[in-house]
Ligand binder design. Structure first.
Ligand code: SF4
Ligand code: FES
Length: 235
């Protein structure tokens, strides 16, 4: 039986979506890039970062969670939405300690890559310089919460793919942080280097030990091409 198709328009261009797909999934398949940070294909969408905010029939929605519905008119690449995305990313930079020149993830970091894509050269808000926990107790994996953007990818990957629930969020507002399923430290958990959760962090908060700089800065994924190019090359 053939799958039902719905037609939506993104920035005036008609694209076909399969019934049940989100706007993000349909756009990705059609080669239209919608910026994102918390979304990762194959993980349950978390809808937390709001970077993928689009306008659907004039109303703000997150493209990673909103189902594609026949006849939808979606705005994606507009000055207004790109401005909103720049503000979100600006805030994420100043709320944490993201010093790209000292971070092992530089060149492979989605936050840095989205900032470059959106034309951010320096944050416009003042840095808050938080002082958050770092955890080096695991033999193979390190967590620096100063760089955590609370995207939830590690929480979902550990729960849905690894079946371990190593990570969870605790606290609210500015006190919210990613915690581990052992009350104490990552070294007390059953997390393994091969876990999906060890691979999904979009920034330099979850880092594998002893393999830093295996690919030198300048030759890393986003040093070669902007984030989203892989999707756009399909169109
Ligand atoms: S540690 Fe990384 S993957 Fe987990 S919530 Fe923070 S930024 Fe996201
Ligand atoms: S990518 Fe959709 S809310 Fe983060």
């Amino acid at each position: 039986m053939s799958e039902k198709t719905v037609i939506i328009k993104i920035d005036g261009i008609e694209i076909k979506a399969k019934a049940g797909q989100t706007i993000m999934q349909a756009a990705d398949e059609a080669g239209v890039y919608i910026p994102r940070l918390c979304y990762l294909k194959d993980l349950t969408p978390h809808g937390s970062c709001r970077v993928c905010t689009v306008k659907v029939n004039g109303r703000y929605q997150t493209a990673c969670t909103e189902p594609a519905v026949d006849g939808m008119e979606v705005e994606n690449k507009t000055q207004e939405l790109e401005g909103l995305r720049r503000d979100i990313i600006d805030m994420l930079f100043v709320e944490g300690n993201h010093f790209c020149m000292f971070c092992e993830k530089s060149g492979n970091c989605d936050l840095q890559a989205e900032a470059y894509r959106l034309g951010i050269c320096a944050p416009k808000f003042p840095y808050l310089f938080p002082d958050r926990d770092i955890d080096g107790t695991h033999p193979d994996i390190f967590i620096d919460r100063n760089r955590c953007i609370l995207c939830g990818r590690c929480v979902n990957a550990s729960r849905d793919v690894d079946g371990k629930t190593v990570f969870e969020f605790v606290g609210r507002g500015s006190e919210k942080k990613v915690a581990v399923n052992a009350d104490a430290k990552l070294g007390d958990t059953n997390m393994a280097l091969t876990d999906k959760a060890a691979d999904v962090c979009p920034v330099g908060a979850i880092i594998k030990k002893r393999i830093g700089f295996a690919i030198p800065v300048g030759k890393r994924t986003y040093d070669q091409k902007p984030i989203g190019s892989e999707i756009e090359s399909k169109s």
